[in-house]
Design a protein around this ligand. Structure first.
Ligand SMILES: CCCCCCCC(=O)SCCNC(=O)CCNC(=O)[C@H](O)C(C)(C)COP(=O)(O)OP(=O)(O)OC[C@H]1O[C@@H](n2cnc3c(N)ncnc32)[C@H](O)[C@@H]1OP(=O)(O)O
Length: 250
């Protein structure tokens, strides 16, 4: 059995079997674990919010130079206790649930990631619909979003669309067309749908607009996703350990 998912997280690459621990955990223990897990996810999101605020202020501040040095020292002090217990690269975060599509630190959607806008995505009748607002930290050309950030958002959108169509895969090609600059500090709307499924190859298209003007496409994208063979999923993700068991969560 391989419990691997596509790299960006979301949909099973192979099967959805439960582990023996999940099958046999007593209901009460499971309930407590879920309580602890939800609390941990809330705390991770709270830390993520604080980090995003820090990133936004750090990239826009004109505070005196000495204040920057003091802030750097305080941030190093705040970070130190977090660094005392870190997970190994091949161990998944305990707060994640791969089969449930929860990736707390996904750099695009993860509420725990300082790097994520974060993008919120939901399925609406087979269409992936995403919303986010990009802060000043995402600036490329003055006052507009960096083109790589738009590509990142659309990659995630197209991958999500492939997943909800029942054909998750890894991106092998992403074409982006930049029609107009993407404004910062402005609510954005993204959509994506699957256009074609050909064996293991799925083609999806998507677009990015402002929420206020969904008819004016700012960036359009087409992506090709390849479903992994079981052997490929094992080779790529077989080393990854999922420690998210009810008895260890919380
Ligand atoms: C909610 C989740 C959202 C997720 C969104 C974000 C997704 C990601 O970021 S994924 C990370 C970035 N992507 C990667 O790292 C993938 C790197 N690539 C790979 O590892 C390999 O290409 C892999 C494993 C996917 C496929 O390898 P392999 O099975 O050997 O592919 P290969 O046999 O060459 O091709 C399979 C099919 O795809 C086609 N194909 C391969 N590459 C391309 C391409 N660039 N464009 C079009 N078609 C392609 C081939 O033509 C072939 O088609 P057919 O079966 O008709 O002959």
């Amino acid at each position: 059995m391989c419990r691997g998912r596509d790299a960006a997280g979301g949909h099973p690459v192979t099967d959805g079997e439960k582990t023996p621990a999940e099958e046999h955990a007593p209901a009460t223990r499971r309930l407590h674990a879920v309580d602890g897990l939800l609390g941990r996810r809330e705390a991770i999101s709270e830390l993520g919010d604080a980090l995003r605020l820090l990133v936004e202020y750090a990239t826009t501040t004109e505070a005196p130079t000495e204040e920057l040095r003091r802030a750097a020292e305080r941030i190093r002090q705040a970070a130190a206790p977090l660094g005392e217990r870190v997970r190994d690269r091949e161990v998944l975060p305990t707060a994640d649930d791969l089969l449930g599509g929860v990736r707390m630190y996904n750099p695009v959607t993860g509420s725990g990631s300082a790097l994520a806008p974060p993008l919120h995505i939901a399925a609406d009748n087979g269409v992936a619909v995403g919303t986010c607002t990009l802060g000043m930290a995402f600036e490329g050309p003055p006052t507009y979003a960096h083109g790589g950030v738009s590509a990142m958002l659309l990659d995630q959108m197209l991958g999500y669309a492939a997943g909800i169509a029942g054909h998750p895969g890894m991106t092998v090609r992403l074409d982006t067309t930049y029609r107009k600059p993407v404004p910062l500090l402005t609510p954005l709307r993204l959509t994506a749908t699957v256009q074609d499924i050909d064996g293991r190859r799925v083609t999806a298209t998507g677009q990015l607009t402002t929420a206020d003007d969904p008819d004016t496409v700012l960036v359009a994208a087409t992506g090709v996703f390849i479903a992994l063979r079981a052997e490929q999923a094992r080779r790529l993700f077989g080393r990854v350990v999922n420690t998210n068991r009810p008895s260890r969560a919380g």
